[in-house]
Design a protein around this ligand. Structure first.
Ligand code: CP
Length: 343
């Protein structure tokens, strides 16, 4: 996220200071996180009634979004697309670079600049890390910059996923003091899991949270996140044995093996079945604990877990749509339209 540079000419609905680009989770502070979560909750309440849904659709009817998703996505793409439509925005998309002028040799920068000629916000997912940051830097040099939202950059960051994860954690623990004081387990391929990496960067905003990393040694959390946790005095421990820690956890956030990043089939060398959850593991888990997963899943969550009230991942993915509406409301500086409603 960057604060808007007031000296730049804004896109037509983006007029003053506030949330503009959303690139990295590191810069989010607690007041903004709380505001976004509150906005998401308010929007979902408004949208429940036909009259409310029509009100939302009239908030940004003349604004346009570009969804540039050249790396595969189901839920991030669909939740952003639907978030835009909830607010009355129109969307255009590139999902396959083979259908764009990239195949004629157009540079990434020229492509982004071209999108910005037609739309008011660009949401982008790329195979390479750093592309969203590169696009945001470019925007800051042109006459009509539009906000860039990072919807997943390589194996590096996925900031809006981290926002929806915070929203899900906060809602799940709303009757137990929220996220503060909770013990959160993060399991799976932590080295290449951009969702868990981004979520860890938000943890500095919560008091007395401790983290437990459960991962094969080859796929342990990377040093940049570890150093960040140390810098912010966030306690954590690392283990390969879920059964030794599961009963301590308030939340268990599971990720799949991210084999799409394999260079030499290194995923195959690991027994990933040890990093999965089924009925046996559930029997050791707290009665009011929650199971999260950014999805898609592999075999690391047995489908029988879906029926357990502690399984939060399907709600988590729907929360993503509401959180992305909240992010758009903030970017376009119309959050007051929702906040002033007497719900
Ligand atoms: N959680 C997530 O990013 O899912 P998709 O890859 O389907 O967008």
């Amino acid at each position: 996220m960057t604060q808007r540079d007031a000296s730049k000419k804004p896109g037509k609905e983006v007029q003053s200071t506030g949330l503009f680009h959303v690139i990295d989770p590191q810069v989010f502070q607690r007041p903004l996180l709380d505001e976004l979560c509150d906005l998401a909750t308010r929007v979902r309440a408004v949208a429940k009634r036909a009259e409310g849904a029509r009100f939302l659709q009239n908030l940004l009817p003349t604004s346009r979004a570009m969804l540039y998703f050249t790396q595969p996505s189901t839920r991030t793409f669909l939740s952003f697309d639907n978030a835009c439509h909830i607010l009355g925005m129109s969307t255009s998309e590139i999902r396959n670079p083979a259908t764009s002028s990239e195949v004629k040799g157009e540079s990434f920068e020229d492509g982004i600049r071209t999108f910005s000629s037609y739309v008011d916000v660009i949401v982008m997912r790329t195979q390479e890390p750093g592309r969203a940051a590169q696009a945001a830097q470019l925007m800051d040099t042109i006459a009509r910059p539009v906000p860039i939202i990072n919807a997943g950059s390589g194996s590096d960051q996925h900031p809006t996923q981290a926002l929806l994860d915070i929203y899900t954690l906060g809602r799940s623990f709303s009757d137990r003091g929220g996220i503060d004081g909770k013990i959160i387990g993060l399991m799976g391929d932590l080295k290449r899991g951009r969702t868990v990496r981004s979520l860890c960067y938000l943890m500095k905003n919560y008091s007395n949270v401790s983290l437990v990393f459960i991962a094969p040694k080859q796929f342990a959390m990377q040093s940049d996140v570890i150093n960040h946790l140390k810098e912010h005095n966030i306690p954590f421990k690392e283990t390969e044995k879920l059964n030794e820690v599961i009963s301590d956890l308030d939340a268990l956030y599971i990720t799949r093996m991210q084999s799409e990043w394999d260079e030499v089939n290194e995923s195959q060398a690991v027994d990933f079945t040890k990093f999965s959850v089924g009925p046996k593991e559930l029997s050791l888990f707290k009665e009011k604990g929650i199971i999260m997963h950014p999805l898609p899943r592999g075999a690391e969550i047995d489908t029988t877990v879906d029926m357990d009230p502690r399984a939060m991942y399907w709600r988590q993915e729907r929360n993503g749509m509401w959180m992305r509406v909240a992010v758009l409301l903030k970017i376009f500086q119309i959050e007051g339209q929702i906040q002033k409603l007497d719900l």
